[in-house]
Design a binder for this molecule. Structure first.
Ligand code: PLP
Length: 398
């Protein structure tokens, strides 16, 4: 039975927003300063430089006080003109929403169809670009980590086919649920615009979003004619040169970003990525231990940020999630649009460690029993065995 104030922390194991570390919460809980005063410029410069390191770019990064959807819009309106043709791939709910936005903005979209269990098919992109001799396609847009399905797409592979075709299309990538959890390299992979958000791997509350911008994308902004004002990169970049913003920035979230960046760099990005891979593998061993099926159809595309699990036929994923929430004070991700009630999603991105993962998996195993979902016992044990076998010394806070 539930008391009105459940004891212990809520387990926020949806694939974002993620659990915000105490350090970050304390940093946010600081006096708001004058965003045109002398201190702010230092903060602005520090977080912009930090974000360049996370995106792995020497180019410009802009930070919007907006959710990820705003940064999607910024990517499109800064680079494209009404009627431009854009190639997108149906990897899941979020790719579908981005496509809808593009159409609403007056772009023409070709949507490579998909079954929501696989990533972007680079060979299908290649075939389409090959038939575009007149270079009508102005941009290829893809979601790096489809949060709705737990499938990660090969950005480098898509870049390679664009290069092989010597096609001038811009490459735009949504890394909202991968940045800071899964290896990502804006410059090395030749991405023109990367879109990101604060509430996942960056361990912040929702409310900030980002564009990383290549020189080619910045040049495209000079002749792109889609209407833009608030999202315009140019006044942002001009103000950012001294660490300031053209309007009131989300000062306290930027304190949090500063702290979160320090945490990521102290741990080391490669260590962070390896931690997520290890936790994702432990999660998959648990799911297979329960005898359940993972939505992602290709093991090469398994996401290190989340795992989507298919509910056995005749059982409701939402009823199961409600039982887990009511009994264990844990939120799991729901199935979105066409996957509604058919899957649940386990978020293992952001600030997570072995014990918080084990507790998450224990809540799921107990929930499966309470919900009467047919499964085998021992999923948690399989995860623990793997984590023990691959045990790591975690340094203690100084
Ligand atoms: N793209 C992906 C991959 C996402 O996971 C999300 C949100 O979860 C979005 C876009 C939309 O971002 P927001 O809800 O922050 O506007």
């Amino acid at each position: 039975r539930l008391s009105s104030h459940p004891s212990g922390r809520h387990f926020l194991q949806i694939p974002g927003p993620t659990n915000v570390p105490d350090r970050v919460l304390r940093a946010i809980d600081n006096v708001t300063i004058d965003h045109r005063g002398p201190e702010f410029g230092e903060l602005g410069k520090a977080v912009l430089a930090g974000m360049q390191k996370v995106f792995k770019t020497d180019g410009h990064v802009v930070i919007y006080p907006a959710s990820g959807t705003g940064a999607w819009e910024a990517a499109l309106v800064n680079t494209l003109s009404a009627g431009d043709l854009v190639l997108m791939a149906e990897t899941g709910h979020f790719a579908t929403l981005w496509k809808k936005m593009a159409m609403e903005l007056g772009l023409r979209v070709e949507f490579l169809s998909g079954d929501w269990r696989r990533g972007v098919d680079a060979s299908a992109v290649e075939a389409r670009l090959k038939s575009d001799a007149d270079h009508e396609i102005k941009a290829v847009c893809m979601v790096h980590n489809e949060t709705a399905t737990g499938v990660t797409s090969d950005v480098k592979g898509v870049r390679a086919v664009i290069d092989r075709m010597e096609h001038p299309a811009l490459l735009m990538v949504d890394t909202i649920s991968s940045l800071g959890s899964v290896d990502y390299r804006h410059d090395e992979w030749g991405v023109d615009v990367t879109v990101a958000g604060s509430q996942k791997g960056l361990m912040l509350p929702p409310g900030l979003s980002f564009n990383a911008i290549s020189a080619k994308a910045l040049a495209a902004a000079e002749h792109a004619s889609l209407r833009r004002s608030y999202w315009d990169w140019r006044p942002m970049i001009a103000s950012n040169a001294t660490g300031y913003f053209p309007y009131t920035p989300a000062t306290n979230l930027l304190y949090g970003l500063h702290e979160a960046l320090e945490m990521l760099f102290n741990e080391g990005l490669d260590t962070v990525f390896a931690r997520h891979q290890r936790h994702a593998e432990a999660t998959r061993l648990a799911v297979h231990g329960w005898g359940l099926e993972i939505l992602c159809a290709d093991p090469n595309e398994y996401s290190a940020a989340l795992t989507a699990v298919i509910m056995p036929e005749g059982h409701s994923a939402d009823a199961f999630r409600k039982i887990v929430l009511d009994h264990f004070n844990m939120s799991l991700g729901q199935g979105l649009t066409k996957l509604k009630d058919k899957i649940f999603r386990i978020g293992h991105l952001g600030d997570i460690n072995d014990l918080s993962l084990c507790a998450t998996l224990a809540g799921i195993e107990m929930g499966l029993a309470l919900a009467g979902v047919p499964h085998r016992k021992g999923g948690v044990q399989a995860a623990m065995d793997y984590l023990t076998q691959k045990a790591e010394v975690r340094s203690r806070p100084a």
